[in-house]
Ligand binder design. Structure first.
Ligand code: FAD
Ligand code: DLZ
Ligand code: SF4
Length: 511
């Protein structure tokens, strides 16, 4: 009568539905480090090390709670190399009568799980992942029949349903959204308190050696690894964010400063997405700090919007649109990813900083992902498949359910506006306003005409609009930029487009 409970690397939560209500005395939890999950894209070394160590610690946590856990390490000689292969081997060993699993975070694995009933004799149950606020059915009920899926309206429903930051039926403070108070340009010398670092224990040290040995050709560095790998330490990181950074989160949410990889961001997405932290409990803590007068409303609302708004919305879009969503390419972009995405070697100071952070920490904060690497990918017309693979590889919080809609929908406009009403394209001007990058750059952000030292973002921005005119001119939110473009003389237009073409020709592909 044994129940087999396979648990994936991003399901490290005691609240997992597949664990709920099961007799521990008659169940086997299966966890497996497998080549297929570790290499279906070339994940950043830090991401693999974090997940393997967190998985090993979670297995120990479950054992301490009385569960029987079978843990298959990557180098175990009989390791089949795939998750389904390991379920098959465990089914051979235990002849379970039931297999209970929580749905995975990617269509790729969902297709595999859906084939299990034909493959295994045991009764297979795939349970909805209750770690999210919004079920697939709930999102579909909201989304069905709408031409555009506007996050703000979805977010308001989540606020109403949870009662978070509500004052009766009204939003706390009278407004739903304090986004306008989340855009302060950085002031000179803006710094943030250092992140807490968690010293690697023996389990983590073993995993670091394993990753160095087996994934040497994957991007990124393992130096100074300090990511929390247990729930207890992730909770310490959460507490530290609430105490040290939350109050200023709202003000500096969109700011970028050279050499400050984290600023006032939470740096909690690794833990939330892998199951070590509960996002809803975290939002309630944030609300409590606001109600106690320990953080302003623009910080509390700004943070809660990211978690019960953007995060839930992105997941809803991913499952609502189906497995083909990631293949869309509305703008027909096809340029290979430049090599500097993998080594950070570029004279563009903004890209060098954002990519340098990424390779060092498997992290970049949101505005770097959106307005630096993302904006460049959009206006340079990079191939959406290559861009998605890069974002999935290099961030320790990346799983397709959250990476794909952010990349394809939010930055690349690959879905033609289902998710955003206009592309997030910006010239160097925006980057100059929101960062200190341009002061230390060999390019001149004030130059636009295609001179050798003109900021490449400037020519690329106009070139992007001109290149995609047939698809974008009709967008009423782009009326002003197109009106400006129209007012430019032919010589100026030709100089800008020539500058963009020269720059694009000079890029070396990563392949
Ligand atoms: P904070 O800025 O402190 O925000 C708090 C929390 O809000 C985050 O921990 C996260 O859980 C949530 N959040 C904020 N913005 C988003 C968003 N747009 N979508 C989903 N959740 C959000 N986030 C991922 O978790 N995984 C990804 O693979 C991922 N890929 C991205 C790709 C692109 C192109 C862009 C523009 C954004 C991506 N994001 C992704 C969203 C966001 O950048 C990260 O969640 C955030 O940078 C994580 O750092 P933090 O914990 O310091 O977040
Ligand atoms: C990301 C990842 C990696 C690198 N390795 C494993 C692994 O060896 N075993 C495992 O169970 N999960 C791993 N994961 C997480 C999965 O890829 C993740 O569960 C799916 O992408 C679904 O979100
Ligand atoms: Fe980036 Fe242009 Fe500023 Fe250089 S000048 S940092 S390339 S925006």
């Amino acid at each position: 009568m044994t129940t087999l409970i396979p648990v994936l690397g991003d399901q490290l939560s005691l609240d997992l539905p597949s664990l709920a209500g099961v007799d521990r005395a008659d169940a086997v939890v299966l966890m497996a480090e497998v080549e297929e999950e570790a290499t279906y894209v070339r994940h950043h070394k830090r991401k693999i090390a974090y997940l393997f160590s967190a998985m090993r610690h979670f297995a120990d946590e479950l054992r301490a709670l009385g569960w029987t856990v079978e843990y298959v390490t990557l180098e175990e000689p009989d390791n089949s190399g795939s998750f389904t292969g390991e379920v098959a081997r465990a089914a051979e060993r235990h002849q379970p009568s039931a297999i209970r699993v929580t749905e995975p975070g990617e269509w790729r694995l969902r297709a595999e799980f859906d084939a299990w009933p034909d493959k295994f004799e045991a009764a297979v149950t795939v349970l909805q992942d209750t770690r999210y606020l919004c079920s697939h059915a709930r999102f579909a009920a909201w989304a069905d029949g709408r031409n555009q899926l506007i996050m703000e309206f979805f977010y308001r429903e989540m606020r109403r349903e949870t009662g978070v930051l509500m004052d009766g039926k009204q939003p706390e403070g009278g407004q739903w959204n304090y986004d306008k108070q989340n855009r302060k340009p950085p002031k000179d010398g803006l710094t943030a308190p250092d992140l807490p670092a968690f010293r690697p224990d023996a389990i983590t040290r073993d995993v670091l050696a394993l990753v160095e040995r087996r994934f040497a050709d994957h991007p990124g560095s393992l130096a100074n690894f300090g990511i929390a790998v247990t729930r207890a330490d992730a909770l310490k990181a959460q507490e530290w964010f609430l105490d040290q950074r939350l109050a200023k989160f709202g003000d500096w949410q969109d700011a970028m400063v050279t050499g400050e990889p984290f600023l006032y961001h939470a740096v909690l997405s690794f833990y939330i997405n892998a199951g070590l932290l509960d996002p809803i409990a975290l939002c309630r803590e944030v609300e409590a700090r606001y109600r106690d007068g320990r953080c302003p409303l623009n910080a509390a609302e700004g943070f809660i919007r990211q978690v019960i708004g953007w995060r839930e919305y992105m997941r809803g879009i991913y499952w609502f649109t189906g497995p083909d969503y990631s293949q869309r390419n509305h703008l027909g972009a096809s340029r290979p990813l430049p090599s500097f995405y993998y080594d950070g070697r570029t004279d563009m100071a903004c890209l060098a900083d954002a990519i340098g952070n990424t390779l060092a920490h498997a992290y970049a904060h949101h505005i770097q992902r959106l307005m630096i690497t993302g904006n460049f990918a959009l206006i340079a017309g990079l191939d959406p498949i290559a861009v998605q693979a890069w974002y999935l590889e290099v961030y320790a919080d990346a799983y397709e359910w959250v990476e794909c809609p952010n990349t394809l929908g939010m930055i690349l406009y690959g879905d033609g506006g289902l998710l955003g009403s206009k592309p997030y394209a910006a010239s160097g001007n925006y980057i100059d306003r929101m960062s200190d990058y341009c002061g230390g750059c060999r390019y001149d952000v004030t130059k636009k005409m295609g001179e050798p030292d003109a900021c490449p973002f400037n020519a690329l921005y106009w070139d992007f609009l001109a290149r995609n005119e047939d698809k974008l001119r009709g967008n009423h939110r782009l009326r002003n930029p197109y009106a400006t473009w129209d007012r430019m003389g032919d010589n100026r237009k030709a100089a800008i487009r020539g500058g963009a073409a020269d720059f694009l020709d000079s890029l070396v592909g990563a392949g």
